[in-house]
Design a protein around this ligand. Sequence first.
Ligand SMILES: [Zn+2]
Length: 554
Amino acid sequence: MLRYGLYARKSHDDKKLTEKSTGEQIAECKALASREGLAVVWECEESKSAKIPFVRPHYAELIKLIEKGKIDAILCWHVNRIIRNMDEGGHFVQLWIDGKLKEVRTPHAVYRTGDNILPIVLEAASATQSSLDLVHVVRRSHDGNFRAGGWNHKVPPGYRNVRDPLTTKRGMVIADPERFALARKAWDRMLTGTETVWAVYLALDEWGYRVRETLNLPERPLSYSAVMGMFRNPFYAGYVRERGEMVKGRHEPMVSLDEFRRVQNILAKRSFKAVRSYDHDYTGFMTCAYCGQRVTAEHKKISTGSWEVYHCSDTYNRCTQKGMSVAAVEQDVTNLLSNVRIDPEALDIAGAEIKRSLTARQATYAVRAEETRASLQLIEQRLRRLTEMWISGLLTEEARYQELEGEALREKERLQLAVEEIGFDTERRLRNLARALDYLKTKDTRFAKARPARKRPVAQALGKFLFYGREKVIKAEVRPILREIVEFVSHFSGPLEPPKTGSRSHEKTTLVESFHLGGTVPNGIELPEPLEKALLEDDMPDLDCSESEYGLLK
Ligand SMILES: [Zn+2]
């Protein structure tokens, strides 16, 4: 087994780029060692520049240890950490040729004695680093920021990304002054253990929580899945997680670790209960129309047996316990579902039309994305060139360098965001459309045929259900995406009701008919703005995937 000496070096002449780097070099090498099971018997870090020969005491020690046969191999971040001048290079090469040094290992390469010696010498001796190298440099500062508890990505609700006022090159996470308190209030609700995620989601909307507007999206309420994601994200307890690693973050935690764990327990317990009692469960999605609390199911016992009744959970005893039997609930829900009626033929045509229009637009989006990507590449090139100029000494004024780099980085960030959102929007619209069309076509049969446990998600996909316990009636607030599609389809088919008088019947020469006659839908049917908006902002659940999307499971 080879005995490794870990050697890390920080060179002053690299200025900003390798600042604070020895710690990171060591961390990366150690990670490699533990991953590969390498025996590290000696380690050191040195901060002397390697440009003047023989001024590195640790390096000299390392060489001596190899000569004496105490160490067989070197572990370092890059071979240029070892050799920076030809004098030492010669010595190093001799050890290599003598076979005393058997291996040089870096996170990105392995060099062994049997190998050709040229690559390692060339690589070590090339003072100007390749662009590949620069990628690692960028990556390293990214990793370094993470190890120091920084977060390099978009923050979850309640927080904001800002630039570090001390150095524009670094991002910081702060509590969002407008949203942090509301998000904390949501956690408090969840911590009571009596509220569903759905209820908290509705409450957040009511309290006026809105997601900050971005380049392409206006201000909007938080989505249900975002709320769910929030309660599962350890970021709120002050931790950051990346590529499987979790460290204590630098940002202000919103909840304590204990509170976070309690919510995880609440969510876990609830999914267990939900599985067990799912058979009769319409409780999760109906809200009391009088007070907004959720509706629960209860078994009532009488001398002749028991029956199940749905009523307002009425936590504070201020509402009503009057309610409906499970059969009545199911009947009402069935009716509400079938009330959203749509001519299947017209739906097909309208669906194809919407899709065509979106796809046509996608082509323009694709062009825009391509252009943005091209400018992004230019910026990256500019950044690389800047760095090269700085390293090679062509650019010597530090303030100027930082200014230029900051400019380029800001532009890069803006473009990256733009690229992501362009792709994301169309994809999301098309996905929502496909799900909504499928739902509109299949909802009634799905609901009728579903085993009891699957009825609820089918109903829930329709929208929000308001429960009127006293009047014993349920009303539905159809979700925007379905409402808008139905509205759009009505242009293609006319009203679905049979014509009341003969005089109206001629008006019903609908687009469906004209489609059949002429073979095409007239051009110039613009997608109505509310439809487009709903396709982007609404979140149509996928009924064919796991139940987790609809409620309390997982
Ligand atoms: Zn109530």
